[in-house]
Design a protein around this ligand. Structure first.
Ligand code: SF4
Ligand code: SF4
Length: 446
């Protein structure tokens, strides 16, 4: 697919070195401790990054970004029929125009041939989720598979919870696959159809390139909400309601997925926890790991505060966006222009299940075998014991423990810690003073 060919790496989040001033603001906020500052520039460990986008949000110098395709992708001549699949969080970005058909009509005016709302696919995923919970004997609690940053975090930090992941496909993948099949029913060949996802976040952009729990993605390109926002707003400002096309698919329940709690509400799961923000997600997953939440049926976990409406590639503040989304859903039923159209996604034409087991990440950070790992861990402990334990970050690592690991595993000089450097300078000065005392008097000039 085009997207994969243009982005030959495993992450969408990257550093813009020229803009980085090495301030270290980002290192402490990264939930997986993937960032270090060395020689006054940040670096990201590709093995640890989960593409959550926290560092994009934190960096005041705009030195981190998510690589997406940009609107130019519409001009790709390979595609004779272009379908856009907008995330429901897109509707939450327009504070003054809460008509779904206004947004979807404007998307078509940008150059897409058709629209399939991801919220429609979300409703299909909901049905499958309910089926799994009712009919299958699974570990409790089941954890939603919808947020790719959470799934990558689990693979890295919570390997024992892999079997708790709900085995259903993410709504984007279902929507992309349905969009391609619907276009093919109109007579287009599979490779003539371009499917473009409008994304609120970097993790979903990466998941479109390197799908989780699936062999391949049907998404050909990812455009961030931030990139499409102004063009859409300009078109919408000029549109008269009489010009709105009847594109809304009346998937108002599925739209709820864009905000925290929407997924479990759509599935009417009473005994569910909806948690947002990675720090909170980590705390809840720790409780699951400890067996404290075995009586809960379902956990809906979103990396971003407020859910996808608070994604790093959105424009509007997540809390404001959440309120707008509520209004869009409430108003939609009564807005005549949002009366909606039937969307024919033939049953059985799309796969609603994950097709590949999601495995724990095999990081082997401490060593290739048990012996090496134990030796390295002992060395790390010994270095850590000498450090000041104040987690100042001036060494370029997020805390003293991470720095001790970097010294032992990556060969970083221990003197990169200013306290260790000060100690060394003091020891050298004392040694020199001792030596000076031992010099023969004829050589001191006294
Ligand atoms: S926050 Fe991180 S990426 Fe941004 S300037 Fe500071 S060190 Fe560089
Ligand atoms: S995207 Fe998230 S995990 Fe990756 S470096 Fe940035 S903050 Fe860390």
């Amino acid at each position: 697919m085009g997207y994969m060919n243009t982005m030959q790496k495993h992450h969408s989040v990257e550093l813009i070195p020229d803009k980085c001033i090495g301030c270290t603001d980002c290192i402490k906020r990264c939930p997986t401790e993937a960032i270090r500052v060395r020689n006054s520039k940040a670096t990201i460990d590709e093995n640890l990054c989960i593409d959550c986008g926290v560092c994009i949000r934190v960096c005041r110098n705009h030195a981190k970004r998510a690589v997406t395709n940009g609107l130019d992708v519409i001009n790709d001549k390979r595609f004779k029929y272009k379908v856009v699949i907008p995330a429901p969080s897109l509707y939450s970005q327009f504070l003054r125009n809460t008509s779904i058909n206004a947004v979807l009509t404007a998307l078509k005016r940008i150059g897409f041939d058709d629209v399939l709302e991801v919220s429609r696919a979300a409703e299909m995923v909901t049905e499958e989720t309910v089926k799994v919970l009712k009919e299958e004997a699974r570990l409790k609690p089941m954890i939603s598979s919808a947020c790719p940053a959470v799934i990558r975090l689990m693979a890295m930090r919570f390997p024992s919870l892999m079997d708790n992941i709900m085995p259903v496909a993410a709504p984007i993948d279902v929507a992309a696959s349905a969009a391609r099949r619907m276009a093919m029913r109109k007579g287009y060949k599979a490779d003539e159809v371009g499917v473009f996802f409008i994304s609120p976040c970097s993790a979903k952009a990466t998941a479109a390139m390197y799908p989780i729990g699936m062999e391949k993605s049907d998404v050909d390109g990812v455009i961030s909400i931030a990139d499409v926002y102004l063009p859409l707003r300009n078109i919408m400002a000029k549109l008269d309601p009489s010009e709105y096309e009847d594109l809304c698919q009346r998937s108002f329940e599925g739209m709820g997925w864009a905000a925290t709690g929407g997924e479990s509400a759509d599935a009417r799961i009473e005994n569910a926890i909806a948690v947002d923000g990675l720090e909170n997600v980590i705390r809840v997953l720790e409780q699951v790991e400890d067996g404290q939440l075995d009586d809960v049926d379902f956990i809906e976990a979103n990396a971003c505060m407020s859910g996808c409406v608070g994604g790093p590639l959105t424009v509007v503040n997540g809390y404001v966006a959440r309120n707008v989304l509520k209004k869009v859903r409430a108003n939609a039923a009564s807005i005549p222009t949002d009366r909606g159209r039937a969307v024919d996604i033939p049953k059985g034409s799309v796969n609603l299940r994950l097709t590949k087991k999601i495995s724990a990440a095999n990081l082997q950070r401490f060593g290739q075998d048990m012996g090496e790992a134990i030796k390295n861990m002992e060395d790390i402990e010994a270095i850590y014991a000498q450090l000041p334990h104040i987690d100042c970050g001036s060494c370029g690592a997020p805390n003293c423990n991470a720095f001790a690991e970097d010294v032992v595993l990556d060969g970083i000089p221990v003197e990169d810690c200013i306290f260790m450097m000060r100690r060394k300078v003091k020891e050298l000065a004392e040694e020199m003073a001792d030596l000076a005392k031992k010099m023969p008097q004829t050589m001191t000039g006294d």
